[in-house]
Design a protein around this ligand. Structure first.
Ligand SMILES: [Zn+2]
Length: 230
């Protein structure tokens, strides 16, 4: 252990590991984000509030058991920088790290603790091939690990690549999202945690929830890494 940490420290002299949020050098006990940045992240604490702004986003649209997101997402913020690294710069380990952290907190809350399966919002296979990984799946892996809940990426699939979502109203977005996702029913699972990276309009999660409910799943919980506020 000591030798490993020595090697890691020595390696960091030659190739310093830097905080992906602020660029400062990381110590051996820090992962991708330094403790200072972790301390400063805008945590929502929504998992402790049953009527939070994430679940309110889905009111009148889909019937879900609970919904939460780990942090707030704002333009030009630390969180935007982190999410950008996670999605476009191969820093997929951040997803796992954040999932691990949030999973520990979610496991303390009965509604979340009682779920028996975690499903990430799938990417279309062409997008997955291009990016090489699904960022939501990485977050889901971290959650699954710390919550000790199974993860299954074969139950929900994305059949069509969506066209650009920019400049579309919520209604036409919804029409566009309809039938994009297809789910398979497995009677072993009763309560599903559906996982996404950033929650903005909720259109993708709404479409995924409808696909899951269509085949017979009745209890759906939504968990995002970040929730967009303006
Ligand atoms: Zn930092």
């Amino acid at each position: 252990m000591r030798l490993f940490s020595y090697v890691k420290d020595f390696g960091s002299i030659i190739f310093p590991r830097l905080c992906i949020s602020c660029g400062r050098g990381l110590t051996t006990s820090e992962n991708s984000i330094c403790l200072h940045c972790l301390f400063e992240l805008p945590y929502t604490n929504y998992h402790t509030q049953s009527d939070n702004d994430v679940i309110k986003l889905f009111w009148g649209r889909v019937d879900i058991l609970a919904a939460t997101a780990f942090v707030y997402f704002k333009k030009n913020s630390k969180v935007q920088k982190i999410m950008h690294q996670l999605k476009y710069h191969n820093q997929y380990q951040i997803g796992v790290e954040l999932g691990n952290m949030y999973g520990k907190q979610l496991a303390e809350i009965k509604t979340y603790h009682n779920a028996d399966l975690i499903i990430p919002v799938p990417l279309h296979k062409s997008r997955l091939r291009k990016r090489g990984y699904n960022q939501s799946e990485r977050f889901a892996l971290g959650l699954a690990e710390s919550m000790k809940i199974n993860i299954d990426t074969s139950i929900l699939t994305r059949e069509h690549a969506t066209e650009s979502q920019v400049n579309k109203s919520r209604y036409s977005r919804y029409k566009n999202m309809e039938d994009i996702f297809v789910a398979k029913y497995n009677p072993n699972y009763k309560c599903i945690i559906l996982v996404d990276d950033t929650i903005t309009t909720g259109a993708t999660l709404e479409a995924c929830t409808l696909a899951l409910q269509k085949v017979g799943y009745t209890q759906i919980i939504i968990v995002g890494i970040a929730f967009t506020i303006y």
